[in-house]
Design a binder for this molecule. Structure first.
Ligand code: IPE
Ligand code: IPE
Ligand code: MG
Length: 249
């Protein structure tokens, strides 16, 4: 049994972990391979981390798989990623279902090619009654896109008279985010040594603990996840209060 795993306090697990899966391209280039080779190997990490999260009893796992800005990558890479997405979902949906994992998607689905939308919708439907890990794929997602959408929807509600400006509060805003119904992530992990958010969950990460590792995504495994969780468990989450206030309770 893993010693890292034993060290994790099961009573203090984050309910929601969000991951920016970065570094596939560099991982491949370092091996003299094409970027798509890196994405292909990144799928094995997804499988491993989903399994590890489910085993631990994590309730929500959000994986940033494709950003709004990633549409601007060379066409062959975008197409390669879409095809990989579809073939992976097709291959994995049965095992997700068997493991009681419920798939969710956040992002601008309208941007996705029809064949990808169809495959995703089927997988969402197959897993919709599952009650274990909630696996949230951020696809064609960006925090600014999400906030803009929320603002527009709220403006429509006000314009139609269904909502009054005085009644808009933080709960209202949360309801219009793609993540309504999910708790905010307590832990955000980014792989590959970049120290930025890259338009991920801008609103929801307000008080997340951030964990950065140089490990490239295709090399990221359960042990790396355990390390991140242990690091998280040693942090003092203050939410604006003083350390002394936290001790008093
Ligand atoms: C992350 O790896 C996967 C996606 C953004 C789709 P990258 O493709 O960004 O890899 P690097 O950062 O160029 O190494
Ligand atoms: C963020 O990675 C998006 C995903 C991992 C899906 P990027 O590689 O696109 O981010 P930047 O360009 O380095 O900020
Ligand atoms: Mg990158």
């Amino acid at each position: 049994m893993s010693t890292l795993l034993e060290k994790i306090d099961k009573e203090k697990l984050p309910r929601h972990i969000a991951i920016i899966m970065d570094g596939n391209g560099r991982w491949a280039k370092e091996k003299g391979e094409d970027r798509l080779f890196g994405h292909f190997h990144g799928v094995e990490s997804v499988r491993n981390i989903v399994e590890g999260s489910a085993e631990l009893g994590i309730e929500y796992l959000t994986l940033y798989a494709f950003s709004t800005e990633n549409w601007d990558r060379p066409e062959y890479e975008v197409i390669g990623l879409m095809e990989l997405l579809v073939s992976t979902i097709r291959k994995e949906v049965e095992s997700l279902d068997k493991n009681n994992i419920r798939l969710h998607v956040i992002g601008d689905m309208s941007m996705l090619p029809e064949y990808a939308k169809k495959e995703l919708n089927e997988a969402l439907d197959i897993t919709k009654d599952n009650t274990g890990l909630n696996l949230i794929m951020a696809l064609s997602y960006s925090g600014r896109w999400e906030l803009l959408n929320a603002v527009k929807s709220i403006a429509w509600e006000v314009k139609s008279g269904r909502l009054s400006v005085e009644n808009i509060n933080q709960d209202t805003l949360q309801q219009y985010l793609c993540t309504s119904g999910f708790p905010d992530p307590e832990l955000m992990i980014r792989t590959s040594g970049e120290y930025r958010i890259s338009n991920f969950l801008l609103y929801q990460l307000a008080y997340a603990e951030l964990y950065f590792t140089g490990v490239r995504w295709p090399d990221f495994r359960k042990e790396n996840l355990y390390e991140a969780i242990l690091d998280y468990q040693n942090r003092e989450r203050r939410f604006g209060k003083t350390g002394e206030q936290l001790v008093v309770g």
